[in-house]
Design a protein around this ligand. Sequence first.
Ligand code: PRP
Ligand code: URA
Length: 209
Amino acid sequence: MSQVHIYDHPLIQHKLSIIRDKNTSVKEFRELVSEIASLMCYEATRDLQTEVIDVETPIGPAKARHLSGKKLAVVPILRAGLGMVDGILKLVPSAKVGHIGLFRDPKTLEPVKYYCKMPNDIANRDVLVLDPMLATGGSASAAITFIKEYGCRHIKLLNLIGAPEGIARMQQDHPDVDIYIAAVDEKLNDHGYIVPGLGDAGDRIFGTK
Ligand code: PRP
Ligand code: URA
């Protein structure tokens, strides 16, 4: 069974309270999604491997740790996942970026794939999949199934807000993928929106409604 890491950090919860507010502007929403992604990245990368190296400080020799394990790739689920990319790349600037375009069919709520481009060496990288919303879990599950077809084995999912239904779906379909999430809300409504959630994340990031 995968682990669900829920962020109770005050900074994350404070920023989340602002993006939930329907009166928050597109500009502020976008900035805060990116900031929350940075804060989440900090914790989600806690298990990265390091090795001890020798460096020369202005005062003298020192032992220091630098990253030594597999390199990272981030894969946003389009569109809304794009809003989290810059926040992650601020902390991990050498990560490569793959893209998966999925939209939910409004009637069936099933994900429909329309785009995919992955780094050539993605199989050799640890992968962070990004999407602000985990509703039914259909999009995240389909994206991760697809990423696994490239040979990726170490995958984490980063979301801002999820519903219990999405968590259950992910744990059933991908028990090997840990979920890093800022809040798990009450339920889904009849249209598959998270209640209370924050509305349509893609529309709020890109100002399309
Ligand atoms: C949203 C969201 C997720 C998906 C979550 O994308 O960004 O990808 O819905 O729902 P699910 O867990 O039920 O699959 P949407 O389909 O609205 O596309 P968009 O990002 O292009 O707006
Ligand atoms: N997609 C969103 O953007 N918001 C939801 O609440 C559910 C799916």
